[in-house]
Design a protein around this ligand. Structure first.
Ligand SMILES: Nc1nc2c(c(=O)[nH]1)N[C@H]1C(S)=C(S)[C@@H](COP(=O)(O)O)O[C@H]1N2
Ligand SMILES: [Mo]
Length: 550
């Protein structure tokens, strides 16, 4: 048999990639149905944990840059989708490479006529590392680890077997050199390829379809879960039936200003997980360990009932947020002051810091002085009156005023009292060890459609947005149009001293193209940093400007 008649490495790569579609569909359906792992996400998350910080940051920055450049919608949800797509694409590429290697070997070893062994080995060569990675990082599989591992090995071995069966079929039906394209072999081969394509498509469609139908919310797409045992468990957000504390403030935001309280569904989400860890309340305990006289364990019910609930309006922002970005949100946080909780945890005198560890292995350190000085530091279990959503950290996250989100773990599982400070998760990856929130001001709207005429006939265009400086407060917001004077805007009373301030400036209308800029001043007189800088390592700075023709 001539060499051309044997399937090539390219064919191997293609066949392997095509067969990856049904493999993924089967893995997906099983993940939804019985709670086995969906491996591409695990591999992606694992890479995010082991690759060097600068590379990860570069990757995240690139995704965010593309989302901004092409205006692809909400940064955090589009980025998560992009990560999921990259994770799946990664498996296609890996499998294609493995397929090319297998076909390369089969071409060179004519003695292997129909043995399935090389195919099985190829499947396991990919499946075994994948299984090990999954065992190390998967947070959502509900099956025991050996079932998960076995399932992965079986499916990948089946994929490898299919890959080699296709090789032998293609080889057997290869048209001999010099035969006409309509020879029997050629027709047989064409039929085979059509049948292969049909079978592949069928398994893929059925698997993916079953997966979506069975999507029980356990594994790849968690739903908020309220504690079913908790009779007081509320079902509607606090904001649905309560007015905001500043409801009487006469200043009406300019039309198009973002809502003062971010609807939960619109709050950004950032974390290191392709799929957030789903924790059952009944499986969860908060443990205090390390430099304590006696380890202490608390249930969520303990935290809710043993300590006076504290309600705080909070603006949370990601340190990766760019100027005027959407990785910022405000809601009402409820929890137990960590200081109160620590009253029930006998610390040794040598304890200086707390190491907070989360279900996804994320960790951060906070010094005990901050905890004892600031009763606002809070173990948080509710947002807008509802148990935390899975993606926002159910059952427990911490609130630390004045710091970016990277210092504030979600899905907390343990708190360890330690003597030495260490770098937390993102600090180890090159981000600011303190991560204090930057003073920021943003123009949300130049509300041309709301132009109004004053009694003297002058027309005004309302301009509005937010300003924020952690817990340091905003004393002044100023707007500049083109190269004119900076003029002071009016401020709404904020929801609390730790939320953003809504501002409004009624601009005396002049037609034409204009540039609107905004800057703010902190309560103590510190001006917002006007120098443009990217978010790494300490949070973005610079003046926000918008161009508008009016
Ligand atoms: N366990 C854990 N907590 C975490 C993170 C994480 O990856 N894992 N990310 C942090 C970062 S970088 C931010 S900005 C906030 C975001 O919280 P949110 O997704 O609820 O808005 O969570 C923080 N807490
Ligand atoms: Mo973040």
């Amino acid at each position: 048999m001539t060499d051309q008649s044997k399937p090539t490495e390219w064919t191997g790569a293609w066949v392997a990639a095509i067969l990856t579609a049904p493999l993924l569909a089967v893995l997906f359906a099983a993940a939804q149905w019985v709670g086995t792992p969906f491996v591409p996400f695990d591999v992606f998350d694992w890479m995010g944990r082991v690759l060097p910080g600068p590379l990860i940051t570069f990757g995240i920055d690139s995704i965010v840059a593309v989302i901004r450049a092409f205006d692809l919608g909400s940064t955090s949800s589009t980025a998560k989708l992009a990560e999921q797509i990259m994770a799946v694409a990664g498996l296609f590429v890996t499998n294609a490479i493995a397929g090319a290697l297998l076909y390369a070997v089969l071409r060179r070893r004519p003695s292997i006529t129909t043995s399935l062994m090389p195919g099985i080995i190829t499947g396991l060569a990919v499946g075994l590392p994948v299984a090990l990675i999954t065992l190390a990082v998967n947070l959502n599989a509900t099956q025991p680890p050996f079932v998960n591992a076995l399932w992965i090995l079986l499916t990948f071995a089946a994929w490898g077997i299919a890959l080699s069966v296709v090789y032998f079929r293609l080889q057997a039906t290869a048209p001999a050199a010099g035969t006409a394209p309509n020879s029997l072999e050629a027709i047989d081969r064409r039929n085979f390829i059509v049948r292969l394509g049909t079978a592949t498509a069928a398994v893929t469609v059925v698997g993916a379809g079953l997966g979506s139908v069975l999507n029980t919310g356990t594994s790849t797409n968690p739903q908020p879960q309220a504690a079913s045992t908790d009779l007081e468990s509320p079902t509607s957000p606090w904001s649905a039936s309560n007015t905001l504390p500043n409801a009487n403030d006469p200043l009406i935001p300019a039309a198009g200003t973002r809502p003062e309280l971010t609807p939960l569904a619109e709050h950004y989400r950032i974390d290191i997980n392709t799929v957030p860890p789903t924790i059952r309340e009944s499986d969860w305990l908060l443990t205090f360990t390390g430099l304590v006289d006696e380890p202490v364990e608390m249930t969520l019910a303990d935290l809710k009932s043993n300590y006076e609930p504290l309600h705080q309006f909070v603006t949370l922002s990601c340190i990766s947020n760019y100027i005027a970005g959407d990785l910022i949100g405000t809601t009402r946080w409820t929890g137990a002051s960590l200081r109160d909780v620590l009253a029930d945890v006998p610390l040794k005198p040598t304890a200086k810091y707390l190491k907070i560890t989360a279900a996804d292995n994320f960790d951060e350190f906070i010094d005990l002085k901050t905890v004892f000085d600031d009763p606002r530091v809070m173990l948080t279990y509710a947002w807008d009156g509802l148990p935390l959503e899975v993606k926002h950290g159910f059952p427990l996250r911490i609130y630390i005023p004045d710091h970016f989100g990277m210092k504030q773990p979600k899905w907390i599982t343990s708190i360890e009292a330690v003597e030495e400070w260490q770098e937390g998760w993102w600090v180890r990856r090159g981000w600011d060890p303190n991560a204090y929130m930057r003073a920021t001001s943003v123009i949300d709207t130049v509300a041309v459609s709301d132009t109004f005429t004053a009694e003297d006939g002058q027309q005004f265009v309302p301009v509005g947005g937010i300003a924020h400086a952690g817990d340091r407060g905003i004393s002044k917001v100023e707007v500049q149009v083109d190269d004119g004077e900076w003029v002071e805007a009016q401020l709404r009373q904020p929801l609390s001293e730790t939320t953003w301030v809504i501002w409004r400036y009624d601009w005396p209308f002049q037609s034409g193209n204009h540039k609107f800029s905004v800057r703010c001043t902190e309560s103590n007189g510190t001006a917002q940093n006007p120098n443009p800088a990217g978010s790494r390592p300490s949070g973005a700075t610079g003046i926000h400007s918008v161009f508008q023709s009016v």
